[in-house]
Write a protein that binds this ligand. Sequence first.
Ligand code: CDT
Length: 309
Amino acid sequence: MSRILTVAGAQLGPIAKAETRAEVVERLLVLMKEAKRHDADLIVYPELALTTFFPRWFMEDEAELDAYYETEMPSAETAPLFAEAKRLGMAFVLGYAERDGDKRFNTAILVENGEIVLKYRKVHLPGHAEHEPWRAFQHLEKRYFEVGNLGFPVTHAVGANVGLAICNDRRWPETYRVMGLQDVELIALGYNTPLHNPPAPVHDALGLHHNTLVMQSGAYQNATFVVGIAKCGVEEGVMQIGGSQIIAPSGETIAQATTLEDELIVARCDLDLCTSYKSSVFNFAAHRRPEAYDLITSRTGAIPPAKKA
Ligand code: CDT
């Protein structure tokens, strides 16, 4: 008997700076109700799904910055999401900026039966920590967030082994492998990826290619579904890529967004499709050689071999 999980990805179009939490939550609820019409068990929203992508601005005023963070989850503004999901019998993944005491994190949660069953705080923070006015726009995640302190946890929920990641994490094979070693079957991740990368504009034309490349590789090499969901379109003058997709353990994309707006994608994910990969080419217990991988955890930056005299 196959294990089918119907997964919806709720791609979001731009969120304007002036948009309120209540207005955004209303958009999320519209997509959740649409997901229910497709019998979805799980809906995945993007990274920082409650506000505009604020790391694009340099802010010195702490109060201005704090306005983008959630100090409680659910709050009065996000409670309707929890209540509606519970009523519909649907789990959801939500990305948001979290303030925990004096610490700030870029966070994602998995909510099942109206309860938070998994929390992840973004580990790979891209961009820079200081104001760099030469850029067309800032990417100040290194300033506004601490490195996540929860690792890459996997939990059993919605009938599957589920893990979370956030945006830049998807470019790093370690993200998937740490979860692969916990027998992950579905990784949900949201992203905000500007089309233009100021330090390397030569990559701009390849943004969608790299997006698909890394998520398909991560899915195949770790025998897991990957659900990658964008916030996209022109947000406060900055174009962000779409390309939201659901990828099977074969590495094949089985559902994909076609717009740069609020758009639901849906796939019936047979979790048993993981099995042939987990038991053959990616049978980790049989084939991995961790004794040869020590540099992965002992070295951060690349050091070239010594030049021969
Ligand atoms: N949000 C996020 O992590 N975005 C990065 C942008 C590229 S680096 C500045 C990403 O990896 O998509």
